[in-house]
Design a protein around this ligand. Structure first.
Ligand code: HEM
Ligand SMILES: Nc1nc2c(c(=O)[nH]1)N[C@H]1C(S)=C(S)[C@@H](COP(=O)(O)O)O[C@H]1N2
Ligand SMILES: [Mo]
Length: 447
């Protein structure tokens, strides 16, 4: 490694010297290769995004600076394939996964490749909903594996999933059913209502200041995670998720319980009650995305249900529910309603399509033409799950030693106690070393 680094540092210098000596004549030091100097040209994120391969040049950003690292790709100590994941976009989410880059010499090295500055963020064009309801969607990280552009559904590259316990916000999987609503945080209101309590209307500032901030590290998983593998057994309808419709973040917000108690709702209620959520995203008919959870879970202090306004220490990104989303740990992602605008206590489940006519499990002989959704309960807690993130299927592996990485998680706060790995089709097994946090019993919300 030391040899590598010396080589990187001295190479540009060497090049300059040779250029001056070898070239002879006047002005030969201002070689055509000389990197652009200040004032740097300005580029938009979109322009940077067009440089994603050695043929088109490989550009990346760091902060507001733009770099052309094409000539570094093959020299990268972490491998060309890894570096190329960041091509066309910001380095930060990847460098959050590989802390080896948090050293001054790495930034110095990067500086050699500077070619420009990002132009100040242009205001996004006013979305013309009649033309394209998705025109107002936010920009996304180019490394995401996109399963559907409109609505936007994408997952992080599988080989990065298990590199870090917390998934960087820019790489967290996104599952949208509808266009991303544009919410003005200063006029945002959360309504809370239903029989047995008084109606509340909370501003974002009130939600932040009136209730203690509670933090929970929780994995969210979409019910469709790994559908591509399932489809190999038998074709199923739905987005072709690989193994990445799952991610983990540290969520911060008010406990739903605290807000409901503040509104006067009782700790416990007789009979079957539900807490219903409505998002600000609506379908063409104006119906919002919605879902519900049982009342007991919403009120339970041990269930850690949040009205979250923070994700990994930052405000929620637009794709993940800015300014406020529900986070229901241990429960199928569909109930963690984003852009939540209304919380309603009700004797009935959410009337939403996504509560009543989707996200349910049936016998293998039932199909889309014969299904009767009323015969199955809405999925809440998910079962145990695990997948290998490295190596990927079909990858060539070296002779000798191989490190296998992956994730394991269970719904309902149930702790994963052991993961066994077989390298010979199940004849012999090895027990994996588990990384991550030590959870409180029954509250193992994270992978
Ligand atoms: C222009 C972009 C990048 C630059 C300039 C860069 C630079 C470097 C440097 C200088 C090192 C060696 C650090 C040391 O050991 O002191 C390194 C290592 C590494 N980089 Fe990067 N890197 C870039 C992008 C990336 C990306 C996008 C990823 C992952 C997706 C990545 C993954 C790694 C890994 C895994 C190592 C450790 C290799 C090892 O020690 O075996 N790098 N990088
Ligand atoms: N308002 C709203 N909330 C929503 C959705 C949605 O489309 N609209 N999708 C749900 C589904 S199915 C999942 S899996 C999670 C995904 O959350 P994420 O995009 O932050 O990963 O959000 C849930 N909450
Ligand atoms: Mo989902």
């Amino acid at each position: 490694m030391d040899f590598f680094l010396l080589f990187f540092f001295f190479f540009p210098l060497l090049f300059l010297l040779l250029g001056c000596w070898g070239g002879g004549g006047e002005g030969s030091c201002s070689a055509a290769q000389a990197p652009p100097a200040p004032p740097y040209p300005r580029y938009t994120r979109e322009e940077v995004g067009r440089h994603r391969s050695p043929q088109d040049r490989v550009w990346v950003t760091h902060g507001t600076e733009v770099f052309d690292v094409t000539d570094f790709v093959e020299l990268h100590p972490g491998g060309a394939d890894k570096l190329l994941l960041a091509a066309g976009g910001p380095l930060e989410p990847f460098w959050a996964l590989y802390a080896v880059h948090n050293q001054p010499h790495v930034l110095e090295l990067l500086r050699e490749y500077k070619v420009g500055e990002l132009s100040p963020e242009e205001a996004p064009p006013a979305p013309d909903a009649t033309q394209d309801p998705f025109a107002g969607d936010p920009p996304r990280h180019p490394a995401l594996r996109v399963n559907s552009q409109k609505p936007f559904n994408a997952e992080p590259p599988a080989e990065l999933l298990a590199e870090r316990f917390l998934t960087p916000n820019e790489l967290f999987f996104t599952r949208n059913h509808l266009p991303v609503p544009a919410v003005d945080p200063s006029s945002y209101r959360l309504r809370v209502e239903g029989p047995g309590g008084r109606a509340l209307s909370l501003s974002l500032a009130e939600l932040r200041s009136r209730f203690p901030k509670h933090e929970v590290t929780a994995t969210l998983q979409c019910a469709g995670n790994r559908r591509t593998e399932m489809s190999r057994v038998r074709p199923v309808k739905g987005l072709a998720w690989d193994i990445g419709a799952i991610s983990t973040a540290r969520w911060g917000g008010a406990r739903l319980r605290d807000v409901l108690l503040h509104a006067g709702f009782a700790e416990e209620r007789e009979g079957e009650w539900h807490v219903c959520f409505e998002g600000l995203d609506t379908d063409v008919g104006g119906a919002p995305y919605g879902a519900s959870i049982p009342y007991g879970r919403a009120l339970s202090p041990a269930a850690d249900v949040l009205l979250a306004y923070e994700m990994n220490g930052e405000e929620l990104p637009r794709d993940h529910g800015f300014p406020v989303r529900v986070v229901v740990p241990g429960v199928v992602g569909a109930r963690s309603v984003k852009w939540v605008q209304r919380v309603a206590v009700s004797p009935a489940e959410s009337p939403s399509h996504w509560q009543r006519n989707d996200y349910k499990g049936f016998c293998p002989s039932v199909d889309w033409d014969t299904v009767d959704y009323t015969t199955a309960p809405a999925i809440q807690e998910l079962p145990v799950q695990s997948a290998i993130t490295h190596p990927r299927p079909g990858a060539a592996v070296p002779e000798g030693e191989l490190t296998v990485k992956g994730y394991a998680w269970s719904g309902g706060g149930r702790e994963v106690v052991r993961v066994d790995v077989s390298l010979d089709g199940g004849r012999s097994w090895r027990v994996a070393r588990l990384a991550g946090e030590r959870p409180a019993p029954g509250r193992a919300w994270a992978w």
